[in-house]
Design a protein around this ligand. Structure first.
Ligand SMILES: Nc1ncnc2c1ncn2[C@@H]1O[C@H](COP(=O)(O)OP(=O)(O)OP(=O)(O)O)[C@@H](O)[C@H]1O
Length: 315
């Protein structure tokens, strides 16, 4: 008889009882691309602590450096300056400890829903019996509501179903921290809302440490314990944290009537708009003194006698 090895239960820690040490720490992190005059400083002096069991959302406009930020936390790129540590250990490369869900699904096209999830489970839980691994895969397929489509390949799935598969694959690996990189942004509005609700429900059951990067303030308030704005780049830095003091379990329909929800949405949005205006004004002031001279080019008369004109229609 086989016994399903259930993963260790995740410690539930309420946001108002902080862990002694943060699970993830970023200290003075800077990252830029290029060199010399073409150098762009994308993020600058990022300092952030993520507590165990916390759902933290980093919110920023398009182009503010969100992808660069995610890649740094995932260990896909290294900071130029500063340090990133997870449970005290430097983050130097990707690890199953930080499960990443991308906006573009990244499923293997030749594998089914079940096959995609099983591939990750088999690689992470090598010491489990085959029966335990199979049961674990089925549990996560069921959790994201895809039991009816477990035999389908990615091209036979809708965008929402692909993202559910991607989410189940990452959750099934039981990472210590879940990294959601704009997980809903490729979806249409209705699917986006539905999957947002599902992520909320799953997270409220699992209480896994989660860092979500998003451009959607409403989504951040619905899901997160804390919201940290990413001030727009170049040299993007983090703004002050906004605490989401809305009780869980949360209900989106009820949130729409909540005064706290409305005032928080206004506060975060107003902050982001103000810092963007400031960044634009600073950029304009910095480039105001630059004078661009057009090169002195003498126009040539192409109709001069003796010159071949190739674009004349045939007589
Ligand atoms: N590999 C790279 N080389 C040079 N510049 C880069 C590179 N990656 C990002 N950048 C620049 O860094 C800035 C921030 O890009 P990033 O993709 O991190 O922003 P983003 O907030 O994720 O944008 P979006 O929401 O539009 O995807 C942009 O100006 C971009 O051109």
């Amino acid at each position: 008889m086989s016994v399903l090895l259930r993963p260790e239960p995740v410690a539930i820690r309420r946001p108002d009882t902080p862990a002694p040490t943060p699970i993830l720490q970023m200290k003075g992190v800077c990252k830029g691309y290029g060199s010399g005059v073409t150098r762009t400083e994308v993020v600058n002096n990022i300092n952030l602590n993520i507590r165990e069991g916390e759902f933290l959302a980093v919110v920023g406009f398009s182009g503010s450096g969100k992808t660069t930020f995610t890649q740094l936390v995932a260990g896909l790129i290294k900071p130029d300056k500063g340090t990133i540590t997870m449970e005290g250990e430097p983050v130097t490369s990707p690890s199953p400890d930080r499960g990443l869900v991308f906006q573009n699904y990244s499923l293997l096209p030749w594998l089914t829903v079940r096959g995609n999830i099983a591939l990750s489970v088999n690689s992470v839980f090598k010491d489990w019996s085959a029966a335990d691994r199979r049961a674990h895969v089925e549990r996560f397929i069921d959790m994201v509501g895809l039991s009816h489509a477990a035999h389908r390949r990615p091209h036979e799935l809708s965008g929402g179903m692909r993202q559910r598969t991607s989410l189940a694959r990452t959750l099934a690996m039981k990472p210590k921290m879940l990294l959601l990189d704009e997980p809903l942004s490729a979806l249409d509005a209705l699917t986006r809302a539905q999957l947002g609700d599902e992520i909320l429900k799953i997270w409220e059951e699992e209480r896994q440490t989660c860092l979500m990067i998003t451009n959607d303030v409403d989504e951040a308030i619905l899901l997160a314990d804390r919201i940290v704005p990413l001030n727009p780049g170049p040299s993007a830095s983090l703004g002050p944290a906004f605490t989401v003091g809305i009780d869980r379990p949360r209900n989106k329909t009820e949130l729409n009537d909540s005064e706290h929800f409305k005032s928080l949405r206004n506060a975060v949005t107003n902050y982001l708009v103000a810092v963007r205006q400031k960044a634009r004004a600073t950029e304009q002031a910095a480039t105001k003194h630059l004078k661009f001279r057009l090169p002195e080019i003498k126009p040539e008369d192409l109709t001069r006698k003796g010159r071949a004109i190739h674009n004349q229609p045939p007589r």
